[in-house]
Ligand binder design. Structure first.
Ligand SMILES: *Cc1c(COP(=O)(O)O)cnc(C)c1O
Length: 363
């Protein structure tokens, strides 16, 4: 079926016909065939994440990406002792702080301006000053702005002080090459409906086995117990504890095969990067300025400032583009008026060029 519009939103995003087609029948759960697919997905995720495959495992968890973040910090943080350093420069970092408050997890926040990058010396200062910190969490691509945070440096400094590292790689994993072992990431969280290009319904955590093994009976939630889910998936070879999103899992499996057929993460990274560069170049010609300095900009999503001295309104641009077959995203930055255009998903240079034409006709 033809979609009425292309989603230029960073998840849910535009998927291929074949990924959606995988959902067009009823699929059973609890049987061997299904469990084998789950195991295959877990193996493929680990393979995408690192060359040190035997050191890591992948656990799938029902719900949206935030459920997975909550599941991870709620399971990984010890019940007694331990303190989480949350590095936050956007809405997703702030959400982690909220989760810590709800779950009663001791934490300290390194809050950085949304448009600023994270400086490693500041992170080190926290680690030096507060000896109670046991874990560090940071967001890789802050989808709020499109900022790409320096997780390589953050994890390096965290490990220098022997901390456990957690990365919200929700909107980057699958679209930006990385090796978890090389980056010294103990837990990386992502979800089905971002750069792997599946549909929403579950997320996954790629975890260092040796660290996950220490998390038994830590969880503050039954359904979101990452350790228990892991144990069940291991013991029963791909079985989820509670009803799993079978259709979404099938679609995800298809999406993983298509990622491989495209040429893997490197090829996808190249396509996203070209989309993003083409977008910014074209928007600049139309008089729009990107919010972030180019050196901080991810290839995932771009924030643009409202143009000055015009009667520009986001709603008008949004409505008009939707009629032209594109859905864009409102801004999420607090200090300035912005809107966002994502370029992940089944989106190619030709689509970006058509989008730019439509914007040209609209403004
Ligand atoms: C999408 C996203 C999430 C998860 O959001 P959900 O709405 O729960 O899927 C978390 N962190 C980042 C950086 C994201 O881009």
């Amino acid at each position: 079926m033809q979609n009425p519009y292309l989603l230029l939103t960073p998840g849910p995003l535009s998927t291929t016909n074949s990924v959606r087609q995988a959902m067009m029948r009823d699929w059973c759960t609890w049987d061997n065939e299904y469990n084998q697919i789950v195991q295959e997905i877990r193996n493929r995720l680990v393979k995408l994440a690192t060359v040190q495959k035997e050191l890591y495992t992948a656990v799938l968890m029902q719900g949206s990406g935030s459920f997975c973040v909550e599941s991870t910090i709620g399971t990984v943080m010890p019940r007694d002792g331990g303190k989480l350093l949350v590095i936050a420069n956007g809405a997703y970092g702030d959400r982690i702080v909220q989760m810590c408050e709800v779950l009663n997890i001791p934490h300290i926040v390194h809050a950085v301006d949304e448009c600023e990058s994270i400086h490693i010396n500041d992170v080190e200062h926290f680690l030096k000053e507060d000896k109670e910190i046991s874990h560090v969490i940071a967001v890789h691509c802050e989808t709020t702005t499109g900022m790409l945070n320096p997780i390589e440096e953050i994890c390096y400094i965290a490990k220098k002080y022997n901390k456990i590292t957690i990365v919200d790689g929700m909107s980057s994993f699958g679209g930006i090459p990385m090796d978890l072992d090389e980056l010294q990431i103990d837990f990386l969280i992502s979800s089905a409906n971002k750069c792997i290009q599946g549909v929403p319904g579950f997320g996954f955590v790629i975890a260092k086995k040796a660290e996950l093994a220490k998390c038994k009976e830590n969880a503050r939630s039954l359904s979101l117990d990452l350790y228990d889910q892991y144990e069940t998936m291991e013991k029963h070879q791909g079985k989820w504890r509670f009803t799993s999103p079978t259709h979404v899992v099938r679609a995800f499996y298809k999406a993983l095969q298509e990622l491989e057929a495209e040429g893997g993460i490197n090829a996808r990274f190249k396509r996203y990067s070209e989309n993003q560069k083409c977008l910014v170049r074209g928007m600049k010609e139309l008089g729009f300025t990107a919010l972030l300095d180019e050196k901080y900009q991810s290839p995932i999503i771009t924030s643009f400032l409202y143009p000055e001295n015009t009667k520009f309104t986001f709603q008008q641009l949004y409505n008009s583009l939707k009629k032209h077959g594109f859905v864009i995203y409102p801004g999420k930055v607090s200090e300035v008026d912005t809107f966002r255009i994502g370029n992940i998903g089944e989106v190619y240079i030709e689509d970006i060029e058509r989008l730019l034409d439509s914007i040209r006709q609209t403004i």
